[in-house]
Ligand binder design. Structure first.
Ligand SMILES: Nc1nc2c(c(=O)[nH]1)N[C@H]1C(S)=C(S)[C@@H](COP(=O)(O)O)O[C@H]1N2
Ligand SMILES: [Mo]
Length: 365
């Protein structure tokens, strides 16, 4: 098997097998996340690099009138090429903030990135295939072997309801930040599905199976990517009928400048903050910042996102009353009026959806 030689100075490795690495908030300061700073989440092994990407095919089959097997050339020739800047965020982003801790990769806020993706609309491809009225859900397949090295079993195979799949922003992409996809991010083609856990944005895409029922691949059902319908207490016995699939990701903000632990010269009486915010399927309505652990808040200025599912960059200048130690926080509110809590809420056994206020420490003097 090829090794996991994807080390980048910007990333913090959270796991070697499967390979997982997150981006510290201070490395997410670019409006568009450069590819070498983009987080990595594998669930199986990295597949061998396609020797002949021109012969790679993506199959569309199942509940369609005309099953398709499309090469990269066919995708390019038959459908309009689109570039969108969109957030990809792991469903477990923020997991380390749960108390008590849950199993799973202990992401802080760095299971996220926002890149420019170039490819074709999933909806255009599906229209060419002719989705039947019996279609209910998709099942996405990638070429990565599972951790045992077997290619008979998918490392992960998730899907979405047809209505979500048909959204015009979903893309089958071959380009990331103006270059061909990096191998680790899914070369030669991957899915990008906006706003939902990135586990549905299948890398090394080989097949979209249109199904007449909810997909049941690895990563579907049971407790995978599922959150409680009625809140549960840590330690409660889990009743699976009280779980639903995590769909839209929750609202989150990060401060991308300054970095945690920054020291400012004595006498500094104002601090400039910069960051990003995003809210799954929703828009970011407001970002507020605090230098006193949430006792008082001040509004940040928002930059308009380029397109739906892009993140919202923000800036703020906050007066500092004195020298000393400050804990600075950012809190975003989505278009429904839902804000980040100060402490992770809605604890669940697999640790999805923790989105507390992002906090960092600054010392003046
Ligand atoms: N084929 C395949 N696609 C996959 C995965 C995987 O393990 N195999 N991981 C998913 C998960 S859980 C996440 S968070 C994103 C991460 O994408 P990235 O590694 O490009 O950041 O890819 C998704 N697509
Ligand atoms: Mo993920």
């Amino acid at each position: 098997m090829p090794g996991n030689a994807h080390k980048s100075d910007a990333l913090v490795v959270l796991g070697e097998a499967p390979f997982v690495a997150e981006t510290p908030a201070s490395q997410l300061d670019d409006d568009t996340t450069p590819t070498d700073k983009f987080f990595i989440r594998n669930n199986g092994l990295t597949p061998a690099r396609a020797h002949d990407p021109d012969r790679w095919t993506v199959t569309i089959d199942g509940e369609v009138q005309n099953p398709l097997a499309l090469t990269l050339d066919a995708l390019r020739a038959r459908f309009e090429t689109v570039t969108l800047r969109m957030v990809l965020e792991c469903g477990g982003n923020g997991r380390s903030f749960f108390d008590p801790p849950t199993r799973g990769v202990q992401w802080t806020n760095g299971g996220v990135g926002c890149a420019e993706w170039t490819g074709v609309r999933v909806a255009d491809v599906l229209k060419a295939a002719g989705v039947k009225s019996s279609a209910v859900f998709s099942g996405h397949f990638g070429a990565d072997p599972d951790l045992s090295g077997s290619t008979d079993r998918q490392a992960m195979s998730r899907g979405v309801p047809i209505a979500k799949l048909m959204e015009e922003h979903n893309l089958i992409v071959w380009g990331m930040n103006g270059k061909p996809l990096d191998h680790i991010h899914g070369f030669p083609v991957r899915l990008v599905i906006g706003g939902w856990p990135a586990s549905v944005s299948t890398k090394w895409l080989t097949r979209i199976w249109i199904r007449d029922r909810v997909h049941d691949g690895p990563g579907m059902g049971g407790m995978a990517y599922r959150v409680p319908i009625e809140p549960i207490a840590p330690g409660d016995l889990i009743d699976e009928s009280n779980l639903r699939d995590l769909e839209s990701m929750p609202v989150r903000s990060i401060i991308t400048n300054p970095a945690d632990g920054t020291r400012l010269p004595p006498g500094t009486r104002e601090i400039s903050l910069r960051g990003a915010a995003w809210a799954g399927d929703h828009d970011v309505q407001q970002v507020s910042v605090s230098i006193d652990r949430g006792a008082t808040w001040q509004d940040a200025s928002l930059c308009a996102p380029r397109n739906r599912y892009d993140w919202t960059r923000w800036t703020a200048r906050v007066p500092l009353p004195s020298d000393g130690y400050f804990e600075i926080g950012s809190r975003a509110t989505d278009s429904r009026g839902v804000s980040q809590p100060y402490v992770a809420n809605f604890w669940n056994p697999e640790g999805y959806g923790a989105n507390p206020v992002h906090r960092l420490r600054v010392r003046v003097g």
